[in-house]
Design a protein around this ligand. Sequence first.
Ligand SMILES: Cc1cc2nc3c(=O)[nH]c(=O)nc-3n(C[C@H](O)[C@H](O)[C@H](O)COP(=O)(O)OP(=O)(O)OC[C@H]3O[C@@H](n4cnc5c(N)ncnc54)[C@H](O)[C@@H]3O)c2cc1C
Ligand SMILES: Cc1cc2nc3c(=O)[nH]c(=O)nc-3n(C[C@H](O)[C@H](O)[C@H](O)COP(=O)(O)O)c2cc1C
Length: 580
Amino acid sequence: MSPIPKTAPFAEEEIDLLNRVVGTASPVQRAWLAGFLAGLDASGVAVLPHPAAPGRPAEPLMVLYASESGNSEKLAGDLAKAARKNGLKPTLIDMADLELSALASARRLVVIAATWGEGEPPARAVRAYNELMGEGAPRLDGVDFGVLALGDTAYAEFCAIGRKIDERLAALGAKRIVDRIDCDLDFAEPAARWIGDAVKVLTPPNSGGQVIEVDFGAKPAASPSTEIIEAEIIEHVDLNSSRSDKETIHLALSFEGGAPAYEPGDSLDLYAENDPVYVDELLKIAGLAGDEKLRTDFIRSRDVTTLSLKAVETYAASTGHQYVKALLADRQAKEWIAGRQLIDLIATFPISLDAEKLRALTRPLAPRAYSIASSRREVGDEAHLLISAVRYDSHGRARKGIASNYIAERLKRGQHVRVKLKPNRHFALPAPNKDIIMVGPGTGVAPFRAFVQERRATTATGRSWLFFGDRTFTHDFLYQLDWQDALKDGALTRMDVAFSRDTPEKVYVQHKLWNRRADLIEWLDGGAYFYVCGDAKAMAKDVRAALVRAYADVKSLTPEAAEHAVVTLEREKRYLQDTY
Ligand SMILES: Cc1cc2nc3c(=O)[nH]c(=O)nc-3n(C[C@H](O)[C@H](O)[C@H](O)COP(=O)(O)OP(=O)(O)OC[C@H]3O[C@@H](n4cnc5c(N)ncnc54)[C@H](O)[C@@H]3O)c2cc1C
Ligand SMILES: Cc1cc2nc3c(=O)[nH]c(=O)nc-3n(C[C@H](O)[C@H](O)[C@H](O)COP(=O)(O)O)c2cc1C
């Protein structure tokens, strides 16, 4: 029988420990121990806290993130920090670097995944995502997991990738111990709450954890400031000719206290305001035209154009509108909202509304990202942006993009705009002696102006080759003079252009890549880095496909081997994308 009863004022583990010592002790040892403890108390000497028992090894936690613009990556870092505080041993893994076999050996797993394109994985995560969804994925029995999905309710496939990963992990035998959360653009608060809860659930009892306090504002000391700051517009120039059907603004910003410490490849988040004309029309249709407080709130800080499924559901619930209810019941709402905005919902299905009900249909107005088109080494305390005005017609109404038209139509030189640095270490220049190939049609060319300026300022020895395209040579050749100067002074080694509307047959950058395939593959074989920026829907996919075909043709490879050559570039981080 054990000498120390279970009722002793010690923890169960300590009772076991004491029993192991006292239970096997000889009568002499027991007598000595009794005397020693009695003497210790009598002497009045405080019992020193005993040296911590050798800590048990921290329980591992794999934190996997699939990110393009850095939000999931940032949250993964926050989660790892909270987990470490709670006694876990987190390992952060970018899905770009994931070896699938590592998943099977993870005991605890958190996945933070964004959705891009139209329900697609972030570009860097595509390979590992496809492997996870494929037949070769390993069984994950014994893995406990939770998924945090990031997305945007403006997209039909809201949080599709997080949802699919969540389903797939369960199908492979992993055990969901934290329910998934699907976050919209205003994810900061719900994500922070989920992270706190998830870390608690994932921490095994008695692992030495403390109360979790996640300081989401904290940044590593060396990171550049990512506060919202005011900038003055010192240049505002339309780079298209007056005869172009496009309007692309070159915006030069200056910063009173110095420009944020941006690097080539980074973006600025720009905080825009809504078009007062649109807001007035919306309020009029809703019967709330005189509400000045709501008007100001709508112009400055609410997303009053996006029409999400959630907004339709809220409208049906708060107004009881029978036709809107029917639209949802017939599962036609998703189709109906395509190409429509909030104003269409109110105009098509009018009903008496108050300010609160209307406001409940909106979400906070999110900033828009713009690639920085300058290098601080060349422009000092300025930052340049290249912004294309988004305008189109749909369902019989003329539509205007919020931020791009705020800049193009309503802001002038001398006015101020609020911006925040959005660093992107995944789209950075390589060492100055490395060759770079840049594919950037339209506004996709913006970061490459920063690259070329930086290479000039650092007298880089690596060669640089730019593929640019737009509609017409005469009216749409963005930064034409800059490229000519760069070709002259050697900051740019080579340039190919594709103007789609100058010839009867449309020519795009991918066609130029194909025409130059022998040189292209030679550069890549010599260690060149390949960058793509701009349209994600078609261009980025077509460019990748052209490169695969170029490998197959130049090196006489099978399609599979050519695909493998591009995957190898991606894994070596020599195929880099920043597409939108
Ligand atoms: C990392 C990153 C870098 C970027 N860099 C740049 C840059 O350098 N320059 C630049 O101009 N943009 C850039 N963008 C895009 C930019 O952030 C904005 O998305 C863009 O300016 C549109 O914003 P907006 O507020 O004007 O339009 P919004 O009000 O957001 O409206 C755009 C929406 O309108 C709809 N829409 C647009 N066209 C049509 C159409 N023809 N038919 C039907 N619906 C349509 C789509 O739903 C689209 O999402 C970048 C984006 C990212 C993520
Ligand atoms: C070009 C583009 C396409 C997007 N497509 C989707 C989508 O299809 N579904 C969705 O839920 N969110 C979509 N989003 C929103 C992103 O998932 C969201 O901005 C997320 O916070 C990005 O996280 P990341 O920074 O980790 O990449 C898209 C965003 C952009 C800019």
